[in-house]
Design a binder for this molecule. Sequence first.
Ligand code: ADP
Ligand code: MG
Ligand code: ZN
Length: 471
Amino acid sequence: MQYDVVIGLEIHAELATKTKVFCSCKNEFGAQPNANTCPVCTGMPGALPVINKRAVELCIKAGLCFDCKISSYAVMERKNYFYPDLSKAYQISQMVHPLCVGGKIELSSGKTIRLNRIHLEEDAGKLTHISKSVGSLVDYNRGGTPLIEIVTEPDFCSSEEVDEFLKRVREALVFAGIAECKMQEGGMRCDVNLSLKPKGSKTFGTRTEMKNLNSFKSVSRAIEYEIKRQTAVLNDGDKVIQETRKWDDAKGKNLSMRTKEEAQDYRYFPDPDILPITIREEDIVRIKQEMPMLPKERRKLYEEQYLLSAQDSKQLTTNKYISDYFETCVKLYNVPKKISNWILTDLLRLVKDQEEYVFPISEESLVEIIKIVEDKKITKVIGLELLDKVITCKQSPLKLAKELNLLTIITDEQIEQILLQFKEENPKAVEQVKTDPKVISFIIGYVMKHTQGKANGAVVKELVGKMFVNK
Ligand code: ADP
Ligand code: MG
Ligand code: ZN
């Protein structure tokens, strides 16, 4: 039997705030266990939460990125459940009145994925299971740090669509400064809900949920596995059970964890300690004004204003670091096309860690090198040499170029002298270049050799034309 795949996602992203969402403890990764805790985030009796305005604003910003409707009235609710990583025995989240409602993201195929909502909630602590005899350790540093949860409608039908969507979401959240989305630190995690239905059928099948997938690769693998597993179950005439299944990335399979709880099991109710949030139109206007340009807008700017190719614009905006670096350079020296070439061909190859881009040279220094080349004080080839030297010596390009004696300008007269010498040594080649333009590269090579690469190729070409071809 042929089946249609139906997938809906719940994505959690850690907000880039300095402090937690209901107390003033630091929101940071990697501190000593339980160093960042207080009576509020550990849920001591009588402690009172105060909502972090910045967290609310970042959640609204996320809503603005994805065309959600921003609520004018939102409520924090208690979601009750017991687990050792949650010392309050409830999580403060949103149920009936979330901050952002609806929304959408369009995929490159033109297909639209609808969002159901984006809401604000707090994260739980972290358990480390040591062994059966020792037991588990708990670290509440992450407890009470702010998260947004993005819930989609069940609109995906393949792992490829999910993959593109997740990358779009991450790109927007990072560019807008909402979340850093460091997947390896759990900064962005995804729950996959998946079901199958007979091809063309209108009724949805029973879904399973795989929680807390934290890499794009494991999301794709988990989806492919679950499609196969459910197909086999249905083909055997069995029923898919609605349950949470745990994906084991090392083993490449998933296992049943628990049968699915329903919303009513959590006994949600408005948190009596936190007032409802009212959002005024003027707040939304202000937050909108604070939004930095997103990748899509940046690509438009690069193509229309800077006249870059679509390909280059896309490459420059794969990452906020590169895009910001490029824009800083252009502000310092308005030659976008040249700067783009230097970044995409000469700097990118120097980056070792493909996850965390950092160029080994400052924007100011790169621009200085490009200027020296554009002013024809050195050739591009020597410019690249200078780039390497600046990176190793960490000195100013102009100073280094002078010290290393790279700046010697080769005059036209000097080139003419060398060309005359060439003519004496290679009379045949001089005849050939009149009819065969390919010989020019041989001549340029000769001049470069006799000037340690400091001659300008275009100038040599011009002089060869003048002296040997159109005499
Ligand atoms: P819960 O809050 O219990 O997890 P929701 O109804 O809010 O349940 O749905 C959670 C996610 O599951 C959403 O992303 C939704 O799109 C998705 N989903 C709902 N029904 C199905 C289904 N039959 N198949 C696949 N995904 C589904
Ligand atoms: Mg769920
Ligand atoms: Zn605290």
